[in-house]
Design a protein around this ligand. Structure first.
Ligand SMILES: C[S@@+](CC[C@H](N)C(=O)[O-])C[C@H]1O[C@@H](n2cnc3c(N)ncnc32)[C@H](O)[C@@H]1O
Length: 314
């Protein structure tokens, strides 16, 4: 979905802000699931949007963080960087302007369902370092029906059931690029502190599935949802978000190199059978997504090229 052509960027910061308790919970989840700080020096917040998690990732790791997102309007809403450790680039996940093995942690929050998974995960596998990690925070087809507001918007539910990854499919896509599953959890976080706030957030329509349905279907669902919220006890609203941790373990990387080597050497003799390095194959994908207005998207938004050299040159 092209966020530059829908109203979400103007609404996102306000309507998708998480209650303080939820941000604390996510800090704790990162601490529990991710490796400790010294092993993570460079972080990519992929599909960072307005940078809801970008600064927090930098703070947690005292790491250099780069946020990448193709939407200039989402990037424009980000908070001014506090201490200069976060940098932003406009680009697509399917064509990352980063060096091979240049990132220790790739973080994706609520973005996987917007990607062309095969191409994007090939790029992620290329840029993540050996022994690096990928953290995915996303609903799956299995958890979408549990979102309370979805009961009132059947068209949005149908849309999400068709575009969200099935859990097994997501695991298989990462596995097919040599990224092995290290952990999986369903985190139930407080999405809104009260029924009143829940209604305010949903009525802002800052969720892409609510943008995708006809205005009439949204209005009908919202009227019923308002009645529901008015009659509901005032309580925090919890929603399920799945988290997956993948690791580019050296052993796994070796296994994939061996497998690729065997596949290459089994080719007919008129095809080159020279073994290719693990990270080279994804370069073939680079031309698949046409770049958007390069001059604007790539460079205008890059801040502090000094720190970015770290990522680009490795
Ligand atoms: C729901 S927002 C999530 C933003 C942020 N990660 C967060 O959790 O607040 C989804 C983001 O995915 C971005 N996106 C869409 N297609 C993308 C692509 N091909 N590559 C990278 N990001 C993409 C959108 O521009 C948007 O900012």
């Amino acid at each position: 979905m092209d966020y530059d052509s829908i109203p979400i960027p103007d609404l996102y910061v306000q309507a998708r802000r998480l209650p303080a308790g939820a941000m604390d919970l996510w800090r704790q989840v990162f601490r529990d699931m991710l490796p400790p700080a010294p092993s993570i020096r460079r972080v990519l917040d992929l599909g960072c949007g307005t940078g809801r998690f970008t600064e927090m990732l930098g703070d947690s790791y005292h790491a250099t963080v780069v946020g990448i997102d193709p939407s200039l309007r989402m990037l424009a809403q980000r908070a001014p960087p506090a201490d200069g450790t976060a940098h932003f680039i406009a680009a697509h996940a399917e064509e990352l302007p980063l060096g091979a093995g240049s990132v220790d942690l790739v973080f994706l929050s609520m973005v996987y369902h917007h990607l062309r998974p095969g191409h994007a995960v090939a790029e992620i596998a290329r840029v993540v370092s050996r022994n690096g990690h990928v953290f995915v925070r996303n609903p799956t087809r299995e958890t979408v029906p549990e979102f309370e507001y979805m009961r009132f918007f059947p068209e949005a539910l149908a849309f999400d059931l068709s575009r969200m990854p099935p859990r097994d499919g997501l695991l298989a896509t990462f596995a097919s690029h040599g990224l092995e599953t290290a952990a999986h959890r369903v985190v139930r976080h407080p999405f809104a502190a009260s029924s009143t706030e829940y209604f305010a957030k949903i009525s802002a329509r800052a969720i892409s599935s609510l943008q995708a349905i006809p205005d009439e279907a949204f209005a009908r669902g919202l009227a019923a949802f308002e009645r529901h919220c008015r009659n509901a006890p005032d309580r925090p609203i919890y929603e399920p978000v799945e988290v997956f941790l993948f690791s580019a373990a050296v052993e796994t990387a070796r296994h994939f190199e061996d497998r690729r080597f065997r596949a290459e050497t089994a080719r007919p003799s008129n095809v080159s059978n020279a073994p290719k390095k693990r990270r080279q194959h994804s370069h073939k994908q680079k031309s698949v997504i046409p770049s958007r207005s390069e001059a604007v998207s790539r460079l205008e938004i890059v801040e502090s090229s000094r720190a970015l050299k770290f990522f680009l040159e490795l």
